[in-house]
Design a protein around this ligand. Structure first.
Ligand SMILES: NC(=O)c1ccc[n+]([C@@H]2O[C@H](COP(=O)([O-])OP(=O)(O)OC[C@H]3O[C@@H](n4cnc5c(N)ncnc54)[C@H](O)[C@@H]3O)[C@@H](O)[C@H]2O)c1
Length: 413
């Protein structure tokens, strides 16, 4: 059972799936290694992730390990319709298409949940939140879940703190082999990709303001700098601000940055980072966008609903003429620009993130009774194994510590 845009796109989707698969050796090697033991046999998986070609490799892999897979998108705009069609024609129950209304997005999550998942994998925790906030889901027998991103983990930890968490959740985001690479290098590159596809203007010489110097912000700042931009950083955390300063960027407040930036990229996971008062100070032609999980970082409501006029001048780029006549531009309606205007992270980096997802699902299937109703990090043996698999797949050799080095590291005298 599925609802997608157009089943005829399945052949195109297959090509995209194969391209991603060929570049996700870390994940495919793991799937091949586990195929015979069928660790997910008969388990109903409910997946709420961005429906991209990389996600299709994870979903097909989980199916090959025995799972029954149902899926929906983690954002109304980010689904790759050809991939959804490919998955629908390969035995996955999928409810996803690009360009959904909020109501349709919600309906898709409900349809996915109607398959009574036992393990729930989410990106941003819209799905975990629904299961916790609506009594009609209280009878669902969920063994546990996983969560992909920083924002989702924050929401789950809030549930845990209030003792309302119903099942154990593994925070995939907290694995070193996830956030250090996916959030930093993945978002770093795909953000530039999304901005370029939306605007196709030069980065070199531009003043680019990055809001938030966490894992995502560091990656975005370094890639923008690499393209020749002058990078400015805004922060609320003094340690991160200091780090940005010593990395060579100018740190300033958003009120000051608003006056000088040519382009703005929010990456904080917070709400109201670029507000009306900031937009009013911006230069004619300023370009705004967001790569944090939710569309709450830039005040898109002000730009899209309170401007004198709004028109889509290029795909995923709205020109907003403010009441004072100034034009500013908004990418992807303020939604996660690297997924809306581009295709999300490159396959190699998603191979690491999704190896964490797959091994965490298997860990939940085996150990859910022991964990308790907690948010836990990916077990370190899984994280380390993925790092070894990654360097092996990239043909990187590393040294082994000598016996003397092991002794030295363990001595205290
Ligand atoms: N676009 C993607 O593909 C993608 C990938 C991974 C994570 N994310 C999302 O990106 C966001 C950031 O993730 P992260 O892993 O970098 O988190 P993080 O916690 O490492 O970093 C967030 C940073 O933003 C700063 N910050 C908070 N409020 C701020 C404000 N008002 N002004 C300036 N700085 C502020 C924090 O101090 C922190 O340093 C989250 O929403 C996460 O879910 C997106």
């Amino acid at each position: 059972m599925s609802k997608i845009k157009d089943q005829r796109l399945a052949e195109k989707g297959k090509l995209s799936y194969e391209w991603a698969k060929d570049h996700m050796k870390i994940l495919t090697n793991t799937i091949d290694r586990l195929k015979r033991s069928q660790p997910l046999k008969g388990i109903r998986l409910g997946i709420c992730l961005h429906i991209t070609k990389e996600t299709s490799v994870l979903l097909m892999g989980a199916k090959a390990l025995g799972a029954e897979v149902s899926a929906c998108g983690a954002n109304p705009l980010s689904t790759q319709d050809n991939i959804a069609a490919f998955l629908a024609s390969n035995g996955i129950n999928i409810y996803a298409w690009a360009g959904q209304t909020p109501k349709e997005y919600d309906w898709c999550i409900e349809k996915m949940l109607s398959h009574k998942p036992q393990i729930l994998t989410d990106d941003g925790s819209d799905c975990h939140s629904k299961v916790h906030g609506n009594s009609k889901y209280s009878s669902l027998k969920i063994m546990g879940g996983t969560e992909e991103t920083t924002t989702g983990v924050i929401r789950l930890k809030a549930l845990e703190k209030q003792r309302k968490l119903r099942y154990p959740v593994i925070s995939v985001n907290d694995a070193y082999t996830k956030h250090m690479f996916d959030n930093r290098y993945g978002t770093g590159q795909s953000t530039i990709d999304g901005y370029l596809r939306a605007i196709n203007l030069l980065f070199a010489g531009k003043r680019v303001v990055v809001a938030g110097y966490g894992w995502v912000g560091r990656g975005v700042a370094s890639r923008a700098h690499g393209m020749g931009a002058k990078v400015y950083v805004t922060e609320i955390d003094p340690v991160r601000a200091l780090e940005a300063h010593m990395d060579g960027y100018e740190v300033l407040t958003m009120s000051e940055a608003a006056k000088i930036g040519d382009m703005f990229i929010t990456a904080t996971g917070q709400t109201g980072v670029i507000r009306k008062e900031h937009v009013m100070k911006m230069k004619e032609g300023a370009i705004l966008g967001n790569v944090g999980h939710f569309d709450v970082e830039v005040d898109a409501n002000f730009l899209l609903n309170e401007s004198k006029s709004v028109r889509e001048v290029r795909p995923n780029l709205d020109e907003c003429v403010l009441k004072n006549g100034k034009r500013v531009y908004l990418i992807g309606k303020g939604r996660i620009a690297n997924l809306v205007a581009a295709e999300g992270h490159p396959a190699e980096v998603m191979a690491q993130s999704f190896s964490n997802q797959l091994l965490s699902m298997i860990y939940i299937a085996k150990n859910h009774k022991k964990i308790g109703k907690k948010v836990i990090t990916v077990p370190s043996e899984i994280d380390k194994q993925i790092a070894f698999d990654a360097i092996k797949a990239m043909d990187i050799q590393i040294d082994k510590p000598t016996k003397a080095q092991i002794r030295y590291a363990q001595s205290w005298g």
